[in-house]
Design a protein around this ligand. Structure first.
Ligand code: SF4
Ligand code: F3S
Ligand code: FES
Length: 239
């Protein structure tokens, strides 16, 4: 099949504003990923096209982009998901709400700052068990945060959230997901520190239960549910 790609381009060193680049690719297979197509544009047509990617298998989280109006990982999105027939149109833009550095590359620093603000690491100053074993946990306790361990920090959720677009001080769903992962870990001793961050002015109450985040997550994390669970802890005071 033939693919007609519209790709948002912007080079701050020579463009006064962004524009759409249009590229036609022949012999496209329905099993090709959008990342495969971007590679063909870069390697066969215009080597200046800039994008982030690494693993090409949905693991590293570096190639979240807005594809036909929805956030997805380019490497996990097959052409067959976007349409069929002899010809297909695909529009590709950088994720929204973060400053564009070049073409499809955005500045991830503000996103990572929100992530770091929730202290996304294990905190427990108690001495470890004397027998040298790990801190044990029941299967039920582990299950409480199993879903939120799966985040790959791709930012597809936060950059699809209207509340984040409206005010980028909102910590955003990815930060709440990673706060949830530790707040509900029975071995962690600092849930109140994280709850202070996500319960603040720019925390979870900015969430309007829009569900864009859940729809965008390539790891299928139930983000809106996790946010609701954090809201419930803030409301009831009980984990
Ligand atoms: Fe990406 Fe999902 Fe993590 Fe959000 S919660 S950063 S969409 S993996
Ligand atoms: Fe935004 Fe997700 Fe809430 S899209 S409004 S964080 S449910
Ligand atoms: Fe690693 Fe797509 S390139 S997730």
């Amino acid at each position: 099949m033939q693919a007609q790609l519209r790709i948002r381009r912007y080079n701050p060193e020579k463009d006064s504003a962004g524009y759409w680049g249009e590229y036609t690719l022949n012999d496209v297979n329905s099993n090709d990923s959008v990342l495969d197509l971007l590679h063909r544009v870069k390697w066969e047509i215009d080597g200046t096209l800039s994008l982030r990617r690494s693993c090409a298998h949905g693991v590293c989280g570096s190639d979240a982009m807005r594809i036909n109006g929805a956030n997805m990982l380019a490497c996990k999105t097959l052409v067959s998901r976007l349409g069929d027939g002899d010809s297909i149109k695909i529009q590709i833009e950088p994720i929204l709400g973060l400053k564009v550095i070049k073409d499809l590359i955005v500045d991830m620093e503000p996103f990572m700052d929100h992530y770091k603000s929730v202290m996304p690491y294990f905190i427990n100053d108690d001495p470890p068990p004397e027998d040298g074993r790990e801190r044990l946990q029941s299967q039920e306790d582990r299950a409480r945060f199993d879903d939120t361990t799966k985040c790959i920090l791709c930012a597809a959720c936060t950059t699809s959230c209207p509340s984040f677009w409206a005010n980028d001080k909102y910590v955003g769903p990815a930060a709440v997901v990673n706060a949830h992962r530790f707040i509900f870990d029975s071995r962690d001793k600092a849930p109140e520190k994280r709850l202070a961050v996500v319960g603040d002015t720019f925390g979870v109450w900015r969430c309007r239960t829009n569900f864009n985040c859940t729809n965008a997550c390539p790891r299928e994390i139930e983000i809106t549910k996790a946010i609701a669970e954090v809201k419930n802890v803030l409301y009831t005071g009980e984990i």
